[in-house]
Design a protein around this ligand. Structure first.
Ligand SMILES: *Cc1c(COP(=O)(O)O)cnc(C)c1O
Length: 459
């Protein structure tokens, strides 16, 4: 199995290299050179077994299948629910896919638990040590910290926007006590933190010195790992046509659905609606055919306060028939002026891709959390509420609607209290967090300052 960059100017590479690198050296994102055909999940097939089959298909001969199986079993043993991503029904034709049973109560755990094990395996084989750097809008950082704490072959650097993540989100990433983790709070929003990470990767000398690697949602292993729950949900609903509603930011989760469909895992067809908050760049992109940069605004669903949906590049690559030149051209224009039209014909093809997007405002989000509680008795997190609010708006159709429940309500107790006047206590397995001391450092949103600190940490 070979991987190519969406910008077409990086050499072909293998699964291990594509995963460990994160971003391709030409600034593009890695995708498989050809889509593998993968057998759909069977009803009742254990989650870790489905994961092993899918990851093996993407790894090709890079890792023996028995080793992939072992990695997947270990990764998903850390979940508090044995089916990992259970479906629960909330309406006559509507389900939640609960992706928050991992150690940090958000769907980021699903991929990160696997990646950390995969990295340890690959790095032990090559004898390397890596510096993993990630920018987080809240949940990736915690999931990465939980997964990489104490890793032998890698150290982890997290950049989070200061005071733009919820206190519980912060607790998950600042209390591991692990010596191999450095947490930096930057005085900026998530997009600026992500821009710093991109610049670190672009600095080849620096990247070589610290052996830089990325686990942001552009990392191919994350997309591959997230395609698994699309496959298992299709099996649970016995092959029925499903309309997924995906609370979206960087669009990694929605892309994983697209990938699952491309590999033959979704036998009922493919439809995924990206639900975004007031940071509606993705909805505007789908609906106007233009990529326009605007500053991110803070909303009740902070993990989706993103104005540059990075994984859209992979979708664009596919719908243009893998025209790397058109991708380079579009993203160069976007980088220069913050505004670019999609290549000719792309918007029409986009409308046939099964993907679409729409925005839900802050008031609707909070009202939905309360409405959902009244109807079902359950508390949902604000990101999930963006999804269920949008699901209610979609035209009636003879399909099962599956909303991805991307985090637990207890991760956002302040917002839950504001919206519903109810408490959302942490589950007992997470209560110990509150007694531990937090460790993080504040830095200005400045590339030089961050780079210098990482160099010192990696020494
Ligand atoms: C990361 C995150 C999202 C957005 O996911 P993307 O893959 O970036 O689109 C939505 N909800 C929660 C709770 C998240 O942590």
């Amino acid at each position: 199995m070979k991987y190519v960059s969406t910008r077409g100017e990086a050499p072909e590479t293998g699964f291990a290299e594509a995963c460990l690198a994160g971003l391709a050296p030409d600034g593009g994102l890695y995708v498989p050179k050809e889509w593998p055909r993968i057998e759909p999940a069977r009803f009742g097939e254990p989650y870790a077994d489905v994961a092993a089959r899918i990851i093996s298909a993407f790894a090709g001969d890079a890792i023996p299948e028995a080793d992939v199986q072992k990695i997947c079993r270990e990764a998903y043993a850390s979940f508090a629910h044995q089916s990992v991503a259970p479906l629960t029904q909330w309406g006559p034709d509507s389900w939640l896919m609960e992706l928050h049973h991992g150690p940090t109560l958000a769907f980021k755990d699903v991929a990160m638990q696997l990646i950390a094990k995969l990295y340890d395996y690959l790095l032990a084989r090559s004898g390397e040590t890596l510096t993993v750097v990630c920018a987080t809008s809240g949940d990736t950082g915690g999931a990465a910290a939980a997964a990489f704490a104490g890793a032998k072959q890698s150290r982890l650097v997290i950049l989070h926007p200061h005071e733009r993540v919820s206190p519980v989100q912060r607790l998950f990433m600042t209390t591991t006590g692990a010596a191999n983790i450095l947490n930096i709070a930057t005085d900026s929003d998530f997009d600026d933190a992500q821009a710093i990470v991109k610049s670190l990767f672009a600095d080849r000398a620096f990247a070589r010195t610290v052996n830089l690697s990325g686990v942001n949602s552009i990392n191919w292993a994350r997309i591959a790992a997230q395609s698994v729950y699309y496959a298992t949900s299709q099996a649970q609903l016995r092959g029925a046509p499903i309309r997924y509603v995906v609370p979206s930011g960087n669009m990694g989760d929605a892309l994983a659905g697209y990938v699952a469909a491309r590999c033959g895992l979704l036998t009922g067809g493919f439809e995924a609606v990206c639900a975004v908050n007031e940071n509606d760049a993705l909805a505007r992109l789908f609906n106007t055919g233009r990529m326009t940069r605007t500053a991110a605004v803070a909303t009740p669903s902070p993990a989706m306060d993103i104005s540059v949906p990075s994984n859209f590049e992979r979708v664009l690559y596919e719908i243009t028939g893998r025209d790397a030149g058109a991708i380079r051209h579009t993203y160069a224009a976007y980088a220069q002026s913050g505004d670019a039209a999609l290549p000719d014909g792309a918007q029409t093809k986009l409308s046939c891709s099964g993907l679409s997007a729409a925005s839900i405002n802050n008031g609707e989000t909070l009202a939905e959390m309360e409405r959902f509680r009244k109807e079902t008795g359950w508390l949902i997190c604000p990101h999930t509420a963006v999804g269920t609010a949008l699901a209610r708006r979609l035209p009636k159709k003879d399909v099962a609607t599956v909303v991805l429940a991307t985090a637990a309500a207890s991760k956002f107790p302040e917002t839950v209290a504001e919206a519903t006047h109810h408490d959302a206590p942490l589950p007992p397995r997470c209560e110990a967090l509150q007694g531990r001391g937090e460790v993080f450092e504040r830095l200005p949103s400045d590339l030089g300052a961050v780079r210098a600190r990482i160099l010192e940490f990696a020494r």
